[in-house]
Ligand binder design. Structure first.
Ligand code: IP8
Length: 257
């Protein structure tokens, strides 16, 4: 097994985003089946979807500690809900016969954004980490997005073959919001100079939606790693993408290419 692929399972893909703590078991199992058919090391970074964003929003956790508001319950609940989603993901991978180790970020990472602190844990086989509520020396706590973990794993592990963001509901980055998009609105190659009207469900999401994926994708591409955003609801696309075969989706190139 030479090389590692870094794969995001988007929160909107593996959960039903507007229903609190509802996992999409069918999608999770189909992604696990794809991982079973893959012969390199994998780092899977899963998002939060309805196990993280709804309560994080309610308790304003992305803003850190707000004097006068009791956010402790929120921090505990979201950490527990994320552990539950994580265990659904890990069990599904294990049921497919895979060797998996998971490392909850609130136990090893501090700070938010791409420069968070902490040594990236890795397992020979499948490593699983996820977007989480982490401690922060200035704000008390904050939300570390899986997209920031993608950046660090893709650029700091040795011999990374590519980084793939598998998302729900769309084929990649679209020129217009998904509800207005036609097939020709898929941007096949995106660089940071290009504008798009990506949807960011800010009523639900406390991190950055597709815009954050595009931004972190460009930072990864800048370091010479191939980056793709694809529709994770179509399992064969995920397999082609992680194998480096041509696939429908958006390839991200750095601003310098
Ligand atoms: O869905 C967010 O992670 P993301 C983590 O990868 C929480 O941005 C707890 C909302």
């Amino acid at each position: 097994m030479s090389g590692t692929v870094i794969l995001k399972w988007g929160g909107g893909l593996i959960t039903r985003k507007s229903n609190l703590c509802e996992a999409n078991y069918g999608v999770i199992d189909s992604l696990s089946e794809i991982c079973r058919r893959f012969d390199k090391n994998l780092v899977i970074i899963h998002g939060a979807g309805s196990f993280g964003h709804l309560k994080a929003k309610k308790y304003r956790l992305a803003e850190g500690n707000i004097p006068g508001i009791d956010q402790n319950t929120g921090v505990k609940e979201v950490r527990n809900d994320m552990l539950e989603l994580n265990s659904i993901v890990v069990k599904s991978l294990q049921n497919h016969g895979l060797s998996v180790m998971t490392y909850p970020p609130h136990k090893w990472a501090t700070g938010t954004g791409p420069n968070f602190s902490g040594e990236l844990p890795v397992h020979e086989g499948i490593t699983v980490v996820y977007g989480d509520v982490v401690d922060d020396s200035e704000k008390g706590f904050g939300i570390l997005s899986g997209d920031d973990l993608m950046f660090r794993y893709a650029t700091e592990l040795p011999n990374v073959k590519r980084a793939v963001f598998a998302i729900g509901g769309v084929d990649g980055i679209l020129r217009v919001p998904p509800e207005h998009a036609k097939p020709e609105d898929l941007i096949e190659v995106w660089s940071p100079q290009m504008e798009f009207e990506g949807e960011h469900a800010s009523d639900i999401d406390v991190t950055g939606g597709i815009g954050l994926k595009a931004a972190r994708g460009a930072m990864i591409a800048e370091k010479g790693v191939d980056v793709l955003i694809i529709n994770g609801e179509i399992p064969e696309r995920v397999l082609s993408a992680i194998n480096g075969q041509s696939v429908k989706g958006t390839r991200i190139v750095s601003g310098n290419s």
